[in-house]
Design a protein around this ligand. Structure first.
Ligand code: PXP
Length: 242
């Protein structure tokens, strides 16, 4: 099973100060050294974290495949078909949301737009994935579209308040995965996965890729802090000739 690391929140910290650090592209190199099988970035319409330049640098330097997430807009499709990432994941996007709150709506109406977007990406040689809720009906609709994969939104699983609800959500993910595989779709999953809750999802047969961002970046801040402080103290000490 592949692990794609989402480095958006490295850029979130950078944007909070408007400087050039921390750099998500450097973070991607470190994630690769740690064993990441791919790097994910979400280029949002409002550019709140990842910037166009980040994507360009990442595509020029990443040693692993890049998964570019974006909303289905003409602007994003133009960028993606000129940049040609390994994979494009189409996601819903609302301006006011803190993070991607739910999966794509795949109705008869939206299917026309999705089909056009997927066909454009496919013609450009980009592998495609649709970020959806793990619903049987939505999976069936996706199977009628020219997508390579679906990524199941694991938010409801991650937010489950008790063991029963968690079990129910794992079963829901497992059933949706089984159906998607039967219908010829590759299966990915992600959102809200943490060190504590990832195992039952990682164990689902047929799911071949996880996309994880916030929890890994959060842990990196903590496990790296001790060393970072020690390095700053070392520089201060040496400045006084100590
Ligand atoms: N997959 C998709 C499609 C996402 O939009 C996100 C969040 O940007 C993730 C996975 C990763 O979620 P998290 O940051 O909660 O691990």
């Amino acid at each position: 099973m592949r692990l794609y690391i989402n480095v958006d929140h490295i850029a979130t910290v950078r944007q909070a100060r408007g400087t050039d650090e921390p750099d998500p592209v450097r973070a991607a190199v470190l994630a690769e050294l740690g064993g990441a099988d791919g790097i994910t970035v979400h280029l949002r319409e409002d550019r709140r974290h990842i910037q166009d330049r980040d994507v360009e640098l990442l595509l020029a330097t990443a040693r692993t495949p890049v998964n570019l997430e974006f909303a289905v807009t003409e602007e994003m499709l133009d960028l993606a078909t000129s940049w040609l990432p390994y994979q494009a994941t189409l996601v819903p996007e609302k301006r006011q949301e803190i993070t991607t709150e739910g999966g794509l709506e795949v109705s008869n109406r939206s299917a026309v737009r999705l089909e056009a977007a997927l066909s454009r990406l496919e013609a450009a040689g980009v592998r495609t994935s649709l970020f959806i809720d793990p619903d049987v009906e939505t999976v069936r609709r996706c199977a009628d579209l020219p997508a390579t994969a679906v990524e199941f939104h694991t938010g409801e699983y991650s937010n489950a308040q008790d063991a029963d609800e968690r079990r129910r959500q794992v079963e829901r993910l497992r059933a949706a995965t089984g159906l998607a595989r039967e219908l010829g779709l590759a299966v990915h999953a992600g959102h809200g996965l943490t060190y504590e809750n990832v195992a039952p999802v990682a164990a689902i047969e047929g799911c071949e890729e996880l996309n994880i961002g916030h929890s890994v970046v959060s842990r990196a801040v903590l496990v790296g802090l001790e060393r970072a402080v020690r390095e700053m103290k070392g520089i201060m000490r040496r400045a006084r000739g100590a």
